[in-house]
Design a protein around this ligand. Structure first.
Ligand code: HEM
Length: 187
């Protein structure tokens, strides 16, 4: 009778433990295109902007309408400029961004909110381009304000989020153009 060592050495190799199949670990992006680290980074950045939210809202509004003065006309309802509405809108814009950023982990909510807002703006003749310009103003303000605290993750995440917000409207517009074209083709 051989020793224990001899007996085990002659055996076929064990079935377990088996080497794991190689697999790639990559960050998972949500429906908005953001990874969990990016969402966290946006939320961290927002905590700084939030401290001066009213000033941020005013700055973005002033910068925007100084550059695109003509667009102020969109706040003229029945021939009268509704300055009170415009001034409230200034705050509403940042309130929307606050909601988006604070609710980033709930991408369904964000998608629904952006969709509703986009439709509402379209009904009020606010074009996709106007929407994009304003979104861009918000983005530039965030970047300028966070200057020293910026990280590549934050910058990329902000880009992704703002593109999502802009593309949404573009998608609606191009879909509308398509259906208008189909109507024309039928005639
Ligand atoms: C990031 C971009 C924007 C956000 C987050 C935003 C946000 C909002 C919100 C929350 C409302 C609803 C206000 C209420 O019910 O009292 C609203 C309405 C409105 N916004 Fe904006 N807005 C944006 C861009 C713009 C731009 C660029 C314009 C035009 C220059 C504009 C013009 C209007 C108008 C005319 C309404 C009234 C719509 C209606 O009658 O239902 N918005 N916006």
């Amino acid at each position: 009778m051989g020793s224990y060592i001899e007996t085990t050495e002659n055996k076929t190799p064990p079935v377990f433990p088996r080497a794991l199949e190689p697999y790639e670990i990559r960050p998972v992006a949500d429906e908005l295109g953001l990874t969990s680290t990016e969402r966290k980074s946006l939320q961290n950045g927002w905590t700084i902007i939030k401290q001066k939210q009213r000033r941020a809202a005013l700055n973005i509004y002033v910068n925007f309408f100084t550059e695109y003065e003509d667009l102020y006309e969109i706040f003229r309802f029945n021939g009268v400029l509704d300055i009170e509405f415009a001034s409230q809108h200034q705050k509403d814009v940042l309130a929307v961004f606050q909601m988006i950023i604070e609710q980033l982990d709930n991408s369904r909510f964000v998608k629904t909110m952006v969709k509703e807002l986009a439709l509402r703006h379209r009904a009020a003749s606010v074009s996709g381009t106007m929407w994009q310009l304003y979104t861009n103003e918000v983005k530039n303000y965030f970047l300028k304000t966070l200057n020293d605290a910026l990280s590549p993750t934050f910058v990329h995440a902000l880009d992704t989020l703002m593109n999502y917000i802009c593309d949404f409207n573009e998608f609606n517009e191009s879909r509308d153009d398509q259906s208008q074209q189909q109507e024309l083709d039928k005639e």
